[in-house]
Write a protein that binds this ligand. Structure first.
Ligand SMILES: [Zn+2]
Length: 136
């Protein structure tokens, strides 16, 4: 599964090959959450739009310009919900349109929420994904 998007007239392709990693906060891995699942969710999402974010770390391609001691990246985030640390649903897939966090939570189908942050280098297109616990 690949995900393609355009930003500033430049095409980016997120694949298995140019992903630097899927990083879980405190190594708290979520069962069933894979890179393919995330790329698939991005494809299914209708309002996916990357925007500029700035971080102090420079990409290994070493081509970003320094802006106030930080470097520009393209970023997009969405949320996933889990039960007993197992993946259940994400907030950009079609199935989620008919429900909500509260509905799923009250029905006992989910018990936790995480933010999934996709960060790509605007120059070389290498990207990484971090998953952090996040209260809805
Ligand atoms: Zn780069």
């Amino acid at each position: 599964m690949d995900y393609k998007f355009a930003y500033d007239n430049k095409d980016y392709l997120l694949t298995n090959e140019n992903c630097e990693g899927l990083f879980f906060e405190d190594d708290n891995e979520i069962v069933g959450l894979s890179l393919d699942l995330i790329l698939n969710a991005l494809n299914e999402g209708e309002d996916v739009a990357f925007s500029n974010e700035y971080y102090s770390g420079k990409c290994s391609c070493n081509t970003q310009d320094e802006v106030n001691k930080s470097y520009r990246y393209l970023e997009y985030h969405f949320y996933i919900y889990t039960k007993n640390k197992e993946y259940v649903i994400n907030t950009i897939e079609n199935e989620y349109k008919a429900t909500s966090f509260n509905k799923l939570f009250n029905a006992g189908k989910i018990d936790d929420s995480y933010i999934v942050i996709v960060t790509a280098c605007p120059n070389c297109g290498v990207y990484s994904i971090s998953v952090e616990q996040c209260t809805v």
